[in-house]
Ligand binder design. Structure first.
Ligand SMILES: *Cc1c(COP(=O)(O)O)cnc(C)c1O
Length: 227
């Protein structure tokens, strides 16, 4: 068995262990394999371990991989920051976009998805600490953007995504994750289509699951370090 295959199995097991320990259903947590900067061969090894959902950050690289692997019926998530002049590639090739952060981007994606038979699943990227270097919206903008997306016929509003800042203490980390989860819970009460909280990466997966994440985005712990 390859290292990548073993890693996928270990992460799966870890998700189950953490979920059960905090009384959650492990089946409600999707593992996304973040394959940015990794090769087709690496991705195929993860597929050999039963992994079907992959995430990419860079449009050109992502589209290339999606085309090369189109015979495998994988599910592709776009998780990078999205410039409006690249949005058509997300609308055409990806199943999900985690980084919607404006009404104008949502409108573009909706229009560009209109020729496809299924909706594009979208998450609103939120930035709870208002860090300038991160591209999510602030919490007070969320209701307006959620409503704008909800009325678009070719987008499915599925929830929120966040990349919390790096905290030194576990408690601070968990607190930040819980704050995001609370916002997500409120959104589920307003929109029946909302069921996804994309939160947690290789180094904060446990805090994210304990807080209520339904989708973890794991790169390094599956594929090893990126160079
Ligand atoms: C790269 C990336 C990940 C994966 O991070 P790891 O630390 O390698 O698990 C998750 N989410 C986003 C948005 C990323 O850009």
């Amino acid at each position: 068995m390859s290292m990548i295959q073993k890693n996928v199995q270990n992460i799966r097991q870890k998700i189950i262990t953490i979920a059960l320990r905090c009384g959650r259903d492990p089946n409600k947590i999707t593992l996304l394999a973040v394959s940015k900067k990794k090769t087709i061969k690496d991705i195929k090894q993860a597929v050999d371990a039963g992994q079907l959902c992959f995430a990419e950050n860079y449009i050109q690289e992502g589209v290339e991989k999606i085309k090369l692997l189109s015979n495998l019926s994988l599910i592709w998530h776009f998780i990078g920051s999205l410039q409006s002049n690249k949005s058509r590639f997300v609308a055409k090739y990806f199943d999900w976009c985690h980084t919607v952060n404006s009404v104008s981007l949502a409108n573009r994606l909706n229009f560009q998805r209109s020729s496809m038979s299924n909706k594009l699943n979208v998450l609103i990227q939120i930035n709870i600490s208002n860090e300038v270097q991160k591209s999510g919206i602030s919490l007070d903008e969320l209701p307006f953007l959620a409503e704008a997306i909800n009325v678009l016929p070719f987008l499915a509003l599925r929830g929120v995504m966040a990349i919390p800042p790096l905290y030194k203490s576990y408690d601070a980390k968990l607190l930040a994750h819980r704050k995001i989860a609370e916002v997500f819970q409120q959104l589920t009460h307003m929109y029946p289509s909302v069921d996804t909280l994309s939160l947690g990466m290789s180094n904060d997966m446990d805090a994210a699951i304990i807080a209520g994440s339904t989708m973890v985005r794991v790169g390094t712990a599956i594929f090893g370090r990126r160079v």
